[in-house]
Design a protein around this ligand. Structure first.
Ligand code: ADP
Ligand code: MG
Length: 632
């Protein structure tokens, strides 16, 4: 346990380890790792230690406290987990098995805690009866308490929840041998300094402390001075971790064209999973919505999204249910998803360090990756700094032209035809087309073209040079009758109904009939359950039963009209639009400012309650919550 002088060739304190992969020829076996752990490493397919592992594992096995500084993706988890487990295995040989908690790892977020716990478990495969328990906030205490009661030799937790368990007496640290502060800089940045202090104070005197961090700010030095005994400092320089396996490119894009640029890249470049970084939490949601509206499977993660949901999103990304994750720096920190082929820096990072963290999300586990940076001409000065930090050039990238994108679209469409021909039974349709061609005296090409148009669902197949319609066109169609289909406007809600918003409108050329059709089919509504429909320029408002079942939500969340996801949501009255305001015939039921139906109209009520007659209770919709909330 005591940190006696190293006999190894690693100098004490401040080891600047510049080793690259080529220079590092040590094997895991040579590092002195316990045989059971070695076997597990070979099972998970690690061939040789990474530089940070080669430098820290012997120090830790010898009982030193260690400060390790290396970028994300350099293998820090195994660097502390392997020696911890080796020592545990050897202690068990000496003293017999125990279920006491011997190793405590603190990690800043639930995701990271889970990742570390998973890695730990994978290294315990050949050890007897080792439990690794993740504990983190935002999830029920029950299972964690049970796990702790049964005994977990390794506990990996977020600081807040670990404190809770210490205070409750459910986490007994009296036999602790080894404490790890993982991603220490991030933990402090997230404001956990006090918790970390408290936890370290609650641990026994005689233990090993390990601190891993991507950077070394002063606050970490303080912790290191205060809690580590004669710590050995190992720094692995950043050159190798960003690696030759990530190609870096930049494109000059001004703000308003970023979405278009991103779409073109996604459509024309082979990709698997993609993480795209934006600056703000709001921008994550916004961009994810826009990408979904363009037919991509995307989701946002940011610090405001509940952890459980974030974790589910990451799982969906890992499993391929979604392809694009739109994230803030903090939310994506340390994420390890192998299938990330591209990192797109939609907004430029704050500094080179965040850039390096961002692009480290790709090129995982020996794969290659692509990093693309959107920048305005004014931001170009950053390039040099990035090239210096990554010791690698950042090439200028030409955005794919409309022609390239369209070629891809045509290719894809043709591929779909081929795939359908090869995998589906077409006999019914073959007969149908044959008969159609004969009856109508047209060529098969003519019929196929019409069918292809139908298959497109009304959405244009080819991209146009200027995809946004001029604002005038939208304005033009704003007349009294316009915007309401044959079903007419709803001026007050029928009791039990609520107003929903769908993300298709005049711009997508939807008709009331197609809305009713889609909702009836996908949501299983009868036509009478669908109330008024108000088609606006880029969205529509629809009256539907307020109490949609989970299944209906699920079905409707996947529903498309004219190829666009409708993104059904309760209308929260955002985006006040003048066009819906006032005007006897127009969207008179909508209050310009709040955008919602005015449920009780002591003023100007005339227009509000006259339809849906028979006193359908329009003054107090059952869904009041939604509307009352914003009755100003
Ligand atoms: P860090 O904590 O430094 O960000 P991780 O510990 O998460 O890095 O490791 C990054 C990835 O590299 C993980 O997928 C991990 O399984 C893998 N890895 C770690 N060590 C090795 C190794 N010696 N050989 C091959 N892959 C490794
Ligand atoms: Mg890590």
């Amino acid at each position: 346990m005591s940190s006696e002088q190293q006999s190894s060739d690693v100098p004490n304190n401040s080891t600047n380890n510049d080793a690259t992969d080529e220079e590092n020829t040590v094997t895991f076996a040579e590092l002195g790792i316990d045989g059971r752990v070695l076997a597990a490493l070979s099972d998970v397919g690690y061939e040789k230690p990474s530089p940070i592992q080669a430098a820290t594992i012997p120090l830790l096995l010898a009982g030193n406290d260690v400060v390790g500084v290396a970028q994300t993706g350099t293998g820090k988890t195994a660097a502390f987990a392997v020696p911890a487990l080796s020592r545990m295995a050897e202690l068990a040989d000496l003293n017999g098995p125990t279920r006491n908690t011997q190793v405590l790892v603190l990690a800043p977020t639930r995701e990271l805690a889970l990742q570390v716990a998973e890695a730990f478990s994978s290294y315990t495969k050949h050890m007897e009866d080792v439990t690794v328990l993740p504990v983190y906030g935002g999830s029920p205490y029950g299972p964690q308490l049970n796990g702790l009661r049964r005994g977990a030799q390794v506990v990996v937790g977020t600081p807040g929840r670990v404190i809770d368990h210490i205070n409750k007496g459910s986490l007994d640290l009296s036999d602790l041998q080894y404490v790890v502060l993982d991603e220490a800089d991030e933990m402090l940045r997230m404001g956990f300094a006090e918790e970390v202090d408290k936890i370290l104070e609650a641990t026994p005197e005689n233990k090993q402390v390990v601190l891993f961090s991507a950077t070394m700010p002063g606050s970490i030095r303080r912790i290191s001075k205060q809690y580590l005994r004669n710590p050995q400092e190992v720094t692995v320089k950043s050159s190798t971790s960003t690696g030759k396996n990530i190609r870096q490119r930049y494109a000059q894009v001004m703000g308003p064209h970023k979405l278009d640029a991103m779409t073109r890249i996604l459509e024309s470049e082979e990709h698997d999973g993609v993480i795209t970084f934006v600056r703000t939490k709001m921008a994550t949601e916004d961009l994810a919505d826009k990408l979904k509206a363009r037919g991509f499977t995307a989701a946002a993660i940011n610090g405001d999204i509940p952890q459980q949901q974030r974790e589910r999103t990451v799982e969906n990304l890992r499993g391929g249910k979604i392809d694009i994750l739109v994230a803030t720096d903090v939310a994506a920190r340390g994420l390890d998803v192998e299938r990330i082929s591209h990192v797109i820096n939609y907004d430029i990072p704050h500094d080179t360090e965040s850039y390096v963290h961002r692009i480290g999300r790709t090129g995982r586990a020996g794969r290659t990756g692509d990093a693309i940076l959107f920048m305005t001409p004014r931001e170009k000065y950053l390039l040099r700094a990035i090239e210096k930090a990554t010791r690698q050039p950042v090439e200028l990238m030409q955005l794919p032209s409309v022609d390239i994108v369209n070629d891809k679209r045509l290719d894809k469409f043709a591929q779909r035809i081929t795939a359908t021909r090869e995998s589906e039974d077409l006999s019914v349709f073959r007969n149908l087309v044959e008969k159609y061609v004969e009856d109508n005296d047209v060529t098969a090409v003519e019929a196929a073209a019409a069918l292809a148009h139908m298959a497109q669902g009304g959405r244009p197949l080819l991209m146009e040079e200027l995809p946004t319609p001029p604002a005038k066109q939208v304005r033009m169609s704003k007349g009294a009758k316009d915007g309401f289909g044959s079903r007419g406007p709803t001026r007050a809600l029928t009791e039990g109904n609520a107003t929903y918003r769908i993300a298709v409108g005049r711009r997508q050329r939807v008709m009331p009939g197609s809305i009713v059709g889609a909702l009836a089919n996908e949501g299983g509504f009868t036509a009478t359950e669908i109330g008024g429909i108000d088609i606006r320029s880029d969205h529509s408002l629809v009256e539907l039963p307020a109490d949609l079942s989970k299944d209906q939500w699920r079905a409707l969340s996947r529903t498309r009209i004219g190829g666009e996801l409708i993104q059904l949501e309760l209308d929260s009255g955002r985006k006040p639009r003048r066009e819906g305001e006032g005007g006897g015939g127009g969207g008179g039921g909508y209050k310009g400012k709040s955008g919602g139906f005015r449920k009780d109209g002591p003023r100007k009520t005339g227009g509000f309650r006259k339809d849906h007659g028979a006193g359908a209770g329009s003054r107090k919709p059952r869904t009041g919550r939604n509307f009352e909330d914003r009755s100003n």
